[in-house]
Every structure is written in C-alpha cells, then in structure tokens.
Design a protein around this ligand. Sequence first.
Ligand code: FES
Ligand code: FES
Length: 155
Amino acid sequence: MLVQLTVNGKPVQADVPDNTLLVQMIRDTLHLTGTHVGCDTSQCGACTVMMNGNAVKSCSVLAASANGADIGTIEGLAQQDGTLHPMQAAFKECHGLQCGYCTPGMVMSSIDLVNKNPDASEQEIRDSLEGNICRCTGYQNIVRAVQSGRDAMMA
Ligand code: FES
Ligand code: FES
C-alpha cells in the first residue's frame, strides 16, 4: 500500500506491506531510528511519536491507518542549528536519562502532556508517564526534567 505522511514537516511516501506498523515505517523505511522499539506490545512507550498532535505508541498503529497523518519524531524537535527543544534540554540538564533508550518516547510523551495540561502536578506527571517505562533512572529525575522542560516551554 502506498502510505503518504508528513514527517517532521516533510512530505514522504512509501509503498509498504499492508501489515507494516508505523514504527517499522519510521525506522526501517524512513531510517529515523531515534524512535525505539522496546516491547512491540504497546507497553513500554519507547516508540512514542506525535500523530496529528497527539502522542501515540507507533508500534500499535498500522502505517496504512496513519495514511495522510502529520507525524512528529524525536529527530524533528531540535532546531536546524542543533539547539535542543526545551524538553530535550531539560532532560539533559536534569539528568533525566541514563542509557537513553526510553528517552525519545519520554520526551515526546512529556511534550504532549505539557501541551494538554501545562499545570500538571507532580502526581499528574507521574500518572501521565505511566505508559513510558524506564529501567534506569528511578523516574525522579525524569519528573524533574518534565517540570523544568514545562517551565521552559511556557516561558
Ligand atoms: S515498542 Fe511500542 S510500546 Fe513498546
Ligand atoms: S534511561 Fe535507560 S531505560 Fe530510561
């Protein structure tokens, strides 16, 4: 099936098998490997991308059903000159990552949270990141990063 998307602001298209997952198209066809696969069963959140303005687990979306969608991946967040998105910078500054495997999904989910609930309490941040699993950090610094990134995004 011919799937047409806008990815990080650029129109792309690819002929992919009907059962291709969105994460497979992003990683294997478009070679945007910042979106990770941690479980393939919709549990870990490593594959989280923005789809039409909402964070989605791209391992749970068929590429075909995303046809025509506006997709945002971690590669599209920084500016052309390399300046990080405020949420990326906050994760770096607050040590919100160790191995980094979960980080692209965490950052995308965190931006979605701030867009939808900029006044989120610490508990609401923790609740909203329940679908993103981190095996390294213990989450404390991730929560700090989200709070710091939120402040920078709202400034
Ligand atoms: S790879 Fe999609 S949720 Fe884990
Ligand atoms: S930083 Fe390693 S899984 Fe989160």
